[in-house]
Design a binder for this molecule. Structure first.
Ligand code: SAM
Length: 413
């Protein structure tokens, strides 16, 4: 093959790279935009595809912009900073449609609404490594550090904390990792992961940090509460939610609000709701008034602890919490039928055997909330024979990255 072929980019695929063809071979190239023509250096040649890197842009997209972040090239967390945000919805919606064709084997002709976010400073949580030079991300798929003084996609107040931490001797104090989390009202929870077994070895004045909560994990993983109770509180739809450093919450509060009000508008009233992968209980609690009985299943013990606390604090009486890891052996409800089921799994999606056993138990509506369109569309292939899709919506929960949140509303055929 010619050394540096010229490729016309056809589309962006789910791993965030663009694809084009040359001499019958498929090329994968990063940092491109559909319809651009680029000259590429070949990085890796495989039997069925080639990976390349841009050398020059021969035909530039009108959507190409200069990435605003100085770490964009090396960091690897953001994929689309070189593309005008107005075009992200086209790229992400096309990725989803393609996966629906490939994995679900359906050609979905209806519209897919794309709910846009603020493009930067949206993340309410970040985990950073510590090295001699300060705080860093890990380069994608590697152990290489990318030291940062701020990150354009995280909340501004979190950036203020990063700045302060970069001026402290964290590395010399055996701190390996830091997690910074902010609540909707702006309270900060800082979690340090250290390699020391005794707090007396620490020469840092952590208490003087202007944050609300500090948790410190010693080598044996025992948490020490240095400041505050180690908890944050969010108000969602007039309900109080307590959570801590390890519990799942959506990372983009503004888009999460839009997601919750969309769900409020589509969920049907009924006798029973089954809330699977329920975290700290947000759906079970905000929908408690429209169902008589709610069954909520969550695998993570800490999330179950906070879910029970949140149920109690909001004086809710109709939610039964089941602390179980959902896998092929999990059986729910014996002969019970559920009017509505919410499925909100992690990236791996839902276990195939469990999903097959669940479908006959759903009387009416299935709401699938997914942060990974590949596993979502794989699971839709199983669901589609018993349910039809009444609506699909994308929520841009993770702007600038290749990720997005999808909600699919199914009704029984
Ligand atoms: C995407 S989060 C959704 C949480 C919740 N629905 C929310 O919106 O806040 C997925 C949740 O599933 C839990 N989880 C992951 N794998 C699980 C499994 N196999 N069985 C049960 N829960 C699981 C995680 O701890 C996490 O709380």
């Amino acid at each position: 093959m010619k050394q540096n072929p010229k490729i016309k980019i056809e589309k962006i695929v789910s791993d965030g790279r663009g694809i084009g063809r040359h001499e019958g071979k498929v090329f994968f190239v990063k940092d491109v935009i559909p319809d651009e023509v680029v000259e590429v250096k070949i990085l890796k040649e495989k039997k069925s595809f080639t990976e390349g890197e841009i050398i020059s842009i021969i035909k530039k997209s009108p959507y190409r912009i200069t990435p605003p972040c100085k770490y964009f090239k090396e960091c690897g967390g953001c994929y689309f900073q070189h593309i005008d945000y107005r075009y992200h919805k086209i790229i992400k919606t096309e990725i989803l449609r393609e996966l629906l064709r490939m994995n679900s084997k359906i050609s979905y002709q209806e519209g897919i609404e794309f709910v846009e976010s603020i493009p930067y400073n949206y993340r309410n949580k970040v985990t950073l490594r510590v090295n001699e030079s300060g705080l860093s991300y890990l380069k994608e798929k590697s152990n290489q550090f990318v030291n940062i003084d701020s990150c354009m996609i995280v909340n501004e107040k979190i950036n203020g904390v990063i700045e302060k931490l970069n001026r402290m001797n964290l590395y010399q104090n055996f701190i390996k990792k830091v997690n910074i989390r902010i609540s909707k009202s702006g309270k900060i929870l800082l979690t340090f992961y250290t390699e020391i077994s005794e707090i007396t070895n620490l020469t840092l004045d952590l208490e003087s940090l202007d944050v609300d909560n500090i948790i410190l994990f010693l080598k044996d993983e025992k948490p020490l509460y240095i400041k505050g109770k180690g908890e944050l509180v969010n108000l969602i739809d007039e309900n109080i939610f307590h959570f801590s450093h390890s519990n799942f919450l959506q990372v983009n509060d503004n888009i999460a609000e839009k997601l919750y009000s969309y769900l409020q508008s589509v969920i049907k009233n009924g006798e029973t709701l089954l809330d699977l992968y329920s975290g700290i209980g947000i759906y079970s609690i905000i929908f408690n008034r429209i169902f008589k009985n709610i069954y909520s299943v969550e695998g993570n013990q800490s999330s179950v602890h906070f879910q029970r606390k949140n149920i109690k604090e909001n004086r809710i009486k109709n939610v039964s919490v089941i602390n179980r890891f959902i896998d092929s052996t999990f059986k729910i409800g014996n002969d019970k039928l559920f009017d509505t089921v919410i499925l909100d799994p992690p990236r791996e999606g839902v276990d195939k055997i469990f999903l097959k056993s669940l479908l006959p138990k759903i009387k009416d509506q299935l709401i699938y909330i997914s942060c990974d369109p590949s596993t979502l569309t794989r699971d839709i292939n199983l669901i589609k024979d018993e349910f039809f899709i009444s609506e699909i919506k994308i929520f841009d929960m993770f702007p600038q990255t290749k990720h997005f949140e999808t909600v699919v509303i199914f009704e029984r055929i």
